[in-house]
Write a protein that binds this ligand. Structure first.
Ligand code: ADP
Ligand code: ADP
Length: 232
């Protein structure tokens, strides 16, 4: 359901250009947890931004649910973006808003009714285990709790795809485990397709079904995690 076909991405600067991705091919099936692993500079963020409509490929096609993204108008893309949730290394929460309001934000932006927003946010907060933190502010939470808020916000619009950009890199190992378990539960209960970008092998081994290894803009290996890296 997410397909990248022969993608090349070149960033042009005044008198130089950087090839961030080169001939990248990958296919992520519905409901799969797909990991992309590589060192800093390998092209992982560029890859996620192509799937999230934030960048256009220089060459090649990004196909989501059978449609080439280049065939959408700007308005259609804006609408399609709601079907993709994203979580970040540094959580990207609004510090001046409560936990409740952070999670409600995507619903407020899409002009849902107040009662519907209340119900949905309370349901999400209880799903991520933060029902008693609704009135707290982000700076009153631990890193793991902040990421749970980020996850609840990302799920608010019922996306079918969740993009995770180094989502556990700022967390200690124990908190990382609990967040990975939550992601696993989301994948199992809602059949959400996940693209997980990481530089940590443990993350791939713990929850990914398939993995692509990136180096200098190219995928050097990809396949089932068990085949590439053995048992966890
Ligand atoms: P990763 O996420 O694996 O660290 P990135 O996709 O961020 O890799 O970067 C891949 C390459 O593209 C790097 O050489 C980086 O410097 C370059 N790059 C990324 N974004 C931009 C940009 N907006 N403009 C110019 N170069 C960029
Ligand atoms: P980080 O460096 O923490 O990984 P990025 O710099 O990659 O974060 O994020 C780029 C910006 O794009 C974010 O600040 C975020 O506000 C915005 N953004 C992109 N896609 C989404 C999305 N699906 N949901 C929320 N915000 C998004």
């Amino acid at each position: 359901m997410i397909e990248l076909k022969n993608i090349t991405k070149v960033y042009k600067r005044k008198n130089t250009s950087i090839t961030a991705l080169k001939n990248v091919d990958l296919k992520i099936e519905k409901g799969e947890i797909f990991g992309v692993i590589g060192y800093s500079g390998a092209g992982k963020s560029t890859l996620i931004r192509l799937v999230n409509y934030l960048e256009k490929p220089t060459e090649g096609q990004v196909i989501i649910e059978g449609t080439d993204l280049s065939s959408y108008t700007t308005n259609q893309l804006r609408e399609k973006k709601k079907d993709i949730g994203m979580i970040f290394q540094h959580f990207n929460l609004l510090e001046s808003k409560t936990v409740f309001d952070n999670v409600a934000l995507p619903l407020v932006l899409s002009k849902r009714k107040k009662q519907e927003i209340n119900e949905r946010v309370n349901e999400l907060l209880s799903f991520v285990g933060l029902e008693d933190k609704a009135k707290n502010y982000p700076n009153e939470l631990s890193g793991g709790q902040k990421q749970r808020v980020g996850i609840a916000r990302a799920l608010a619009s019922n996306p079918s795809i969740l993009l995770c950009d180094e989502a556990t890199s700022a967390l200690d190992p124990q908190t990382t485990d609990s967040i990975l378990n939550l992601l696993k539960k989301i994948n199992e209960e809602y059949n959400i397709t996940m693209l997980i970008i990481t530089h940590e092998m443990d993350v791939v081994k713990q929850i990914c079904h398939k993995v692509a290894v990136m180096e200098k803009g190219e995928i050097i290996e990809q396949g089932p995690v068990i085949e590439l890296f053995g048992n966890p």
